[in-house]
Design a protein around this ligand. Structure first.
Ligand code: SAM
Ligand code: SF4
Length: 379
């Protein structure tokens, strides 16, 4: 449940306060707002998603165009020390309690292990997870664990070479599978797997993917495809909804809501048991859980606890924000930790109430897709 602060709620929209050298600056939050990353609707962000790079070695159709994107220059991207400082401010001054490293593909950063070690050195108890496509993870899993990474999420949409290559536009399935196993062996568990289902491509495979994950003790989570592809090919009509995912899985499995509290988690979790083909009833023990992240059709904006920092140090309060506020520029201009924390709080104060993706059921008439694609934001 979100906390109600009893603060005046200004009209939404038009959040940008002013510009400094052409860069958007958020309006100042009202005086007296509490410490921490609160917004005007009473939500507090404690879960930080930090993008380490916009670069990637795959070209997933729902994320990147085949030809890739124009990468940021090295200078434009946060350095190791800048990342470590920003995390320190988030944790020590603003109450961040969980960190997820993402991208682009975090494994393509040569200083990844040093970044994690530096953050871990400052925050011995902070849960640090990472979302990765798994390419090259087999070689790095042990070092990541030793540096202080807590856990890993690997994206895996198909177990069939051809389908994998069609979806990611790269023939790297074997490398990803090796990475998943290496992460588990290195102690980076529980290993979570992320899958996006695309109609007519990998949707029919979903029960087999779940059976495979359960058999190995990995927690699979299906993510509804969101309109964050660089090609702007998403349509509400063509995406596979959470309801369809549950239907697809019910061919082989019975899903019962996990009784554990969801606690702000994006995934709704279900306990999974085999379906008896003769009777249709559940049979045997609980095999594990599956998560469904229904950002489009069953959004969880009212309980959102996320704050995002892009690879070039911009604060995004929501994946679908059309406004982003520069933290890195301020940092490089010599700002103090207090000034940086205050800018971050201002940026979060104007977080939109909801993303508004699912209005019409067909086209989401007043929803405007952000300019950035998922890889450039940090999913
Ligand atoms: N490259 C890493 C990876 O793929 O895991 C990390 C970054 S990626 C942007 C993070 C997650 O976003 C992945 O699990 C990916 O499947 C998901 N993703 C990318 N584009 C998406 C979209 N349009 N809709 C839903 N999920 C998406
Ligand atoms: Fe790369 Fe991840 Fe986007 Fe796929 S989803 S193109 S692996 S950033």
């Amino acid at each position: 449940m979100s906390v109600q602060l009893g603060m005046p709620v200004p009209p939404s929209g038009g959040a940008t306060g002013s510009t400094e050298s052409g860069v958007a600056v958020p309006p100042q939050r009202p005086t007296g707002t509490p410490a921490g990353l609160w917004d005007r609707y009473g939500r507090r962000a404690t879960d930080m998603r930090l993008s380490l790079t916009d670069k990637c070695n795959l070209r997933c159709t729902y994320c990147m165009p085949a030809e890739g994107l124009e990468w940021l220059s090295k200078q434009a991207v946060m350095s190791k020390d800048e990342i470590i400082r920003i995390v320190r401010i988030g944790v020590n001054a603003l109450g961040v309690r969980e960190l997820r490293l993402t991208g682009g593909e975090p494994l393509v950063r040569a200083d990844l292990v040093d970044i994690i070690a530096g953050i871990r050195n400052d925050h011995p108890d902070l849960p640090i997870s990472m979302t990765t496509n798994g390419v090259g993870l087999d070689k790095k899993a042990a070092a990541l664990k030793a540096a202080g990474l807590t856990r890993i999420n690997v994206s895996l949409d198909s177990l069939h070479e051809e389908t994998f290559a069609k979806l990611t536009r790269r023939p790297f399935l074997d490398r990803v599978l090796a990475g998943v196993d290496a992460a588990w062996a290195a102690g980076l568990g529980p290993v979570k797997l992320n899958a996006v289902l695309m109609r007519g491509i990998n949707d029919a495979e979903s029960p087999d993917l779940l059976a495979w994950a359960l058999g190995r003790g990995y927690e699979l989570r299906f993510i509804e495809q969101m309109p964050l592809d660089a090609d702007h090919g998403w349509t509400r009509r063509n995406m596979i909804t959470a309801a369809e995912i549950r239907d697809l899985l019910s061919r082989d499995f019975v899903l019962d809501k996990d009784p554990r509290e969801r606690d702000g988690a994006p995934a709704e979790r279900f306990e999974v048991r085999r379906r008896d083909t003769a009777t249709g009833a559940a049979t045997g023990p609980v095999l594990g859980t599956v998560g469904i992240i229904a950002s489009v059709t069953e959004p969880f904006c009212s309980d959102c606890r996320r704050t995002r920092i892009t690879a070039e140090g911009k604060i995004m309060s929501c994946l679908f924000s059309r406004e982003e506020f520069d933290l890195l520029g301020l940092l490089r201009g010599g700002a103090t930790d207090d000034q940086l924390a205050s800018r971050w709080q201002d940026a979060m104060w104007v977080k939109p109430k909801a993303h508004g993706m699912d209005h019409t059921g067909l086209g989401a008439a007043d929803f405007v897709q952000p300019d950035r694609s998922m890889s450039a934001i940090g999913g």
